[in-house]
Design a protein around this ligand. Structure first.
Ligand code: CO8
Length: 258
């Protein structure tokens, strides 16, 4: 299906979503986020897709929520619409791994969207920031929470209070991104990582995602118990039998998601 603000395609077992509002540096408006929600839910329901990559352009992953769309809204409008809550839920609800491949600006809602994904692969041109403070507001899609968990209080507080941007190297040092790659290689590398994930058992990658995410929601004892139960449960899958048999037989495993 064609979208007004996205380019969506499937390459082998990888679903690729490219945010495509170049005239506004991929600023997130309700229409774009609604489309993203729909595209992700479709990928999640499609058995051929085992990993998803979300990206933007060379200049901007996304320069934030659309300030022009928000500027006329009242508090009642925002509350009534539950602004962006529903529309951004697709990212959180997707059970398959999502990689954010970020080049250029990832600001405000753009930084928050990248952080909602499972990990961020950054081009050396990436710039992260929560500049909402310059507009008289604060992050509203989880930025104060996810940035703090990712980079710690000192950097998160400084960025949210001053609006300072963080370059790729600082972001990697601080733990916001998994790796930096040259901008020209970003998509090649993101697709290669996604293909590597897509080669694993999709049951196991979903379980790994759930278990790592649980670390943010619960205490250590509960998290470890959750992980152990998922680990035990994976022994009911054909993929576990295949993975371990393939190791013993010194051959490559064929995971079928069962
Ligand atoms: N919204 C709308 N339009 C934008 C946005 C945006 N966030 N960012 C850029 N644009 C538009 C510009 O208006 C411009 O359009 P036009 O040509 O029609 O004037 C076009 O994109 C190109 O932008 P610039 O000319 O400004 O490009 P520069 O290279 O000079 O600057 C910057 C790039 C530094 C990224 C600059 O565009 C900028 O500062 N943008 C705004 C960044 C920002 O403040 N982001 C935070 C927005 S608020 C937010 O994200 C809140 C999230 C929480 C929402 C959840 C609600 C519950």
């Amino acid at each position: 299906m064609a979208y007004a603000n996205l380019i969506v395609e499937t390459r082998d077992h990888v679903g690729l979503v490219k945010l495509n509002r170049p005239e506004a540096l991929n600023a997130l408006n309700q229409e774009l986020l609604g489309e993203l929600n729909e595209a992700l839910m479709k990928f999640d329901a499609d058995d051929r897709v085992r990993c998803i990559v979300v990206t933007g352009s060379e200049k901007a992953f996304a320069a934030g929520a659309d300030i022009k769309e928000m500027s006329e809204k009242t508090a009642v409008d925002m509350f009534r619409l539950d602004f962006f809550a529903d529309k951004s839920r697709g990212v959180e609800r997707t059970r398959k791994p999502i990689i954010a491949a970020v080049a250029g600006y990832a600001l405000g809602g753009g930084c928050e969207l990248a952080m909602m994904c499972d990990f961020i692969l950054a081009a050396d041109s990436a710039k992260f920031g929560q500049p909402e403070i310059n507009l008289g507001v604060i992050p509203g899609m989880g930025g104060t929470q996810r940035l703090t968990k990712a980079v710690g209080k000192a950097k998160a507080m400084e960025m949210c209070l001053t609006g300072r941007f963080m370059g790729a190297e600082e972001a990697e040092r601080a733990g916001l991104v998994s790796r930096i790659v040259p901008a020209a290689k970003l998509m090649e590398e993101a697709m290669a990582v996604a293909a590597k994930i897509a080669d694993k058992s999709p049951i196991a990658t979903m379980a790994a995602k759930e278990a790592v995410n649980r670390a943010f929601e619960t205490n250590l004892a509960e998290g470890v118990m959750f992980e152990r139960r998922l680990f035990h449960g994976l022994f009911a899958s054909e993929d576990q039998t295949e993975g371990m048999a393939a190791f013993v037989e010194k051959r490559a495993p064929q995971f079928r998601g069962r």
